[in-house]
Design a protein around this ligand. Structure first.
Ligand SMILES: [Zn+2]
Length: 137
C-alpha cells in the first residue's frame, strides 16, 4: 500500500517570510517595533499592543520543551512510518512557543524543560520544516 504524501502547511501572505526563511534553514519570528515583544505565530498585528509595526528577526533557535506527547499509534496516514514520534510545544529563548517535533533522539529521552535547538527537515522543494533536537553536552 502506498503511503500518502504528508500534508503541507497552508501559507497565508503574512506567514510567507517564515516559510521562505525556513527553506534557507533560518528560523525567524516577528517582533513588534512598538512594544518590543516577540510574536509567534505570524500575525498582521501585535497581539500585545495591536500595533501593525511588525518586523521579522532571526531567532536564537534555542529553547526548551514546554510540553510534549509521543505518538505511538496512528490510523493509516502519511505519518505512519514516523511512529513513534514526538509532537512538542517548544518555548524559544525569546519567550514564544512553537508546535513542532523533537527529532534526533529516542522519544523516551524527551522531557519537559529539556534544552533543544532548531534543526531543519526538508519536506519538498517548497517546504522545509523547523524541528528541534536535544542540545548536546
Ligand atoms: Zn506590540
Amino acid at each position: 500500500m502506498d503511503t500518502p504524501n504528508k500534508p503541507v502547511p497552508v501559507v497565508n501572505p503574512w506567514a510567507r517570510p517564515f516559510w521562505e526563511a525556513a527553506r534557507k534553514e533560518k528560523l525567524i519570528i516577528q517582533k513588534c517595533k512598538d512594544c518590543d515583544q516577540f510574536v509567534f505565530y505570524p500575525r498582521i498585528a501585535c497581539p500585545h499592543c495591536f500595533s501593525e509595526a511588525m518586523e521579522w528577526v532571526e531567532a536564537s533557535g534555542r529553547g526548551k520543551v514546554y510540553t510534549y506527547t509521543v505518538v505511538e499509534n496512528n490510523a493509516p496516514s502519511a505519518f505512519i512510518r514516523d511512529i513513534p514520534y514526538v509532537v512538542a510545544v517548544i518555548r524559544l529563548d525569546e519567550g514564544v512557543q512553537m508546535l513542532s517535533n523533537v527529532v534526533g533522539c529516542d522519544p523516551r529521552e524527551v522531557q519537559c524543560d529539556m534544552p533543544v535547538e532548531v534543526t531543519f527537515e526538508k519536506l519538498n522543494e517548497e517546504f522545509t520544516l523547523p524541528k528541534f533536537t536535544p542540545v548536546k553536552g
